[in-house]
Design a protein around this ligand. Sequence first.
Ligand SMILES: [Zn+2]
Length: 379
Amino acid sequence: MSVTPSGEMESLNFLFGDVDSAAIFARLRSPSGKPPCILEVSYDDVLWYFRSGYVSSMQLKELCDQDQGPIVPTLLALSYASQIYATLPDATVTVSTLDHCLLRTSWARHASQLNDIPLGKPSMTGEPDRSFAIAVIAFFEGSHNIKSKELRNVIALSAGDSIYVAMRLICDPFENPHTYEMKRILGNIGKAGLVMLIPPRDPLVRELDPGRWRFADNPEFDGKPEDCFTQTSLHLSFTSYHIPVLSNEFRGDQDNPVSMLESVISVRDSGLWVADINILDALEKDAPVYRLDPPKRCEHAEDLAPDPPIKTIGCWDDVLDSPDGNFLIKAHSNWLARLAVTAVLPNHSRTKQRRITICPSSVCWRCVQQNFPHNAYVF
Ligand SMILES: [Zn+2]
């Protein structure tokens, strides 16, 4: 609250946004010298009116629909964009996006096709995918308008001081986040502009020693959780395949080009290369991946061995040369190794009908039904 030179009382009234970073305020002045009357309606107030039934979201939608104008599609596009940014709390957006008509972007038009009833719902029924999320981020990061279908293979995006990575690449495979969920990591890859990271087509794997035979010696699982993959690490490197991409109509300026960069994620064991992996293909396309339900209450004691017994695998040579039948990979509470194993198995397993079962941190092995003939338990 302050007094202007003409004697008016003046105040700035917060409307919306985040007071600590970016927000919109309205300047209010009162010529009478009394404090200006401030009508405070918060976002929570609006929600309360909707939830209490004082405002009908359906009638509001019908009114908007009658207009046939851009209101509903714009709200819908923004709803989807906010869904994408919900997992990116520290991300910023470029102000130049305000210069462009939202509904001329490919992703906003795609949003209108996903669902047509956005109002009054906490989330939309049509679910966006990862390529949609990357198209949204490319727009808000650099005003680029790129079609989602051109981004199908993209696993991460680098822009400025941010690297946006598919959430599935950096969490335990049991968690199974939505395909559209991305995580922002502070940093850059040392290339100018907006860089889309794509995996190589044919991941490589190290040669096995033809004379080895270890699995016969592998012990049966005793039911106790153990991590035998503590020396496993994942590494990101880039190949020379780096091509420009044209984003249509209102692409960013020449200082902010878009490109695709082939990027290899490698598994190493004690620093030695094991294999290159395509994690997203493995989780989403290559093999049937199941997630074992957490245990229900039962009469069994803790950490009992499975019945019938299951052989265990505790080294990378055995993962690369995994046998038929059931086996269990011991990587308990090691999300990175569990992810690496899950990605390697489909491409480098002899049994093509291999089923991969990701286990929760606690399992009653006596209650596990071993119905499938070729099952790799990742525990
Ligand atoms: Zn049990």
